[in-house]
Design a protein around this ligand. Structure first.
Ligand SMILES: Cc1cc2nc3c(=O)[nH]c(=O)nc-3n(C[C@H](O)[C@H](O)[C@H](O)COP(=O)(O)O)c2cc1C
Length: 229
């Protein structure tokens, strides 16, 4: 792998650059946040921020970006739904057959990013990824809507395909599989927790005096550090 190179400036899409310059950011209603009053654990502060996000009508506050890297250290990221937060960490459930599943198997570390524009807040969570007990994955899978379980049972997420008919055929087979075994939980359905060694809370400010508080794991407790905006 070489170092960074300077890219030649490509021809830009008509008007996109101007459109980008016109857009505003950090226009939400920023609540008060004083890092000096923050609770001892990032789970507690996340819970406070999350509940406020729900009460404030933030759109899909449980949608988060999961970033992973492959065996060569190349990153990839996608949006997923948060399933739970507890002392073990931030939980999500996926198919191990997907790209993210392979990447986590090769390199079990991840970062999660939440952005709640209505509150001008961002939360970043990172650390090793650990598998939850099979019962957690099973409960998650069985609570999923039919369509979601059927799609998972096609066992082909993130693989290329050509013919749309293939998808319908695979879904029909999955539907029949579920009909004959309604409690089926595929082996490849797995729940994981990001067990954070770092969690950063970012409260944006239109004047750019953002408040940043980083929690770092220190044995069984947490140290808290303010970060320059
Ligand atoms: C709001 C939102 C929620 C999503 N929820 C899930 C989910 O719960 N499970 C899932 O596998 N993909 C979900 N996706 C799709 C993923 O972003 C991604 O496209 C898919 O998991 C394949 O990723 P991969 O190829 O990196 O494995 C969601 C996407 C969005 C935008």
């Amino acid at each position: 792998m070489g170092g960074l190179r300077v890219a030649e400036r490509a021809v830009s899409v008509d008007g996109l650059r101007d459109e980008l310059r016109k857009l505003s950011v950090l226009k939400g209603a920023a609540p008060e946040f004083d890092p000096a009053d923050a609770p001892e654990s990032p789970m507690e502060l996340f819970s406070e921020w999350f509940m406020l996000a729900v009460r404030s009508g933030v759109t899909e506050p449980h949608a988060m970006t999961l970033s992973t890297v492959d065996a060569d250290g190349r990153p990839s990221a996608r949006v997923l739904i948060l399933k739970d937060v507890d002392s073990a960490g931030w939980h999500f459930a996926i198919s191990t057959l997907s790209r993210k599943g392979s990447e986590l198997a090769a390199h079990p570390f991840a970062a999660l990013t939440f952005y709640w524009p209505e509150l001008v807040r961002q939360v970043r969570v990172s650390g090793p990824v650990v598998a939850d007990a099979p019962a957690v994955a099973a409960a998650d899978f069985l609570a999923r809507p039919d369509g979601s379980r059927q799609m998972a049972l096609t066992r082909r997420q993130s693989q290329p395909f050509d013919r749309l008919g293939e998808l319908d055929e695979a879904l029909e087979l999955a539907r029949q599989e579920l009909e004959s075994a309604p409690d089926l939980v595929p082996d490849e359905w797995q729940s994981y927790a990001v067990r954070p060694d770092e969690v950063e809370f970012w409260q944006g400010d239109p004047q750019r005096r953002h408040q940043r508080l980083r929690y770092s794991a220190a044995g069984d407790s947490w140290s808290r550090t303010r970060l320059w905006p």
